[in-house]
Ligand binder design. Sequence first.
Ligand code: BTN
Length: 246
Amino acid sequence: FGRPFQLFDTVDSTQNTARAAAEDGAAEGTLVIAEQQSSGRGRMGRGWISPRGKGIWMSMVLRPSVPIHFAPQLTLLTAVALCRSLRRITGLSIGIKWPNDLLIEGKKISGILLESAAEDERLKYIIAGIGISVNLEENDYPDELKDKATSLRIAGGRKLDRTEVIAGFLKEWEQLYELYREQGFGPIVTLWEALSVSLGKKVRLITPQGDVAGTPVALEESGAIRVRLDDGSHKSVFSAEMGEPL
Ligand code: BTN
């Protein structure tokens, strides 16, 4: 992975650049990286601040031969690979908030955005977008994000070499992807659960069908989170925002 490699100074979003490359037939593993994005995208239609040279803003082209409903598994796999590689490099205790945010002491340091293109229920390609706030400083964040977001530099007190961070991530990602292709999603679930900060705490889940209060207890093979409700029953939640602990 990371071959071929396309490095840009400024793009609107590496998601768009990688998508155009995929439409042109770019091979699996093609990696698009930008020093800066003028309109970086987050999940749920939000933006993503991507100041020049301070973070890792990149998108990978994936062409897995799995049906479309397996795409969430790749988001979770990517979160595990990122979390493990960033822990190794920084020594910081980084956790995964379902589905794919990486947090240090409750503050977000990285986010993942998977966008897919399908044809007749088969995946044509997936664009896995990864944003890592590596060397951002306090004044790079707008006031409304200061309590919610941080960077590896702020949390760990030292500037990191971005190339080393990318190399560490790609190595971990390749190993997990191979494990996934050989053994399916089961081993990834186990690794995900060990890094999760979402399990066992009662939260409000904001789903497209309305709010649900409950305690996430496990990750399911589908990528859904299994939530125990107050009446003791269980529910699988596929898509939601996790609110504050209750
Ligand atoms: C989120 O947590 O909401 C997902 C954030 C994903 C950000 C990355 S940065 C590289 C890629 N290009 C984008 O425009 N977004 C993703």
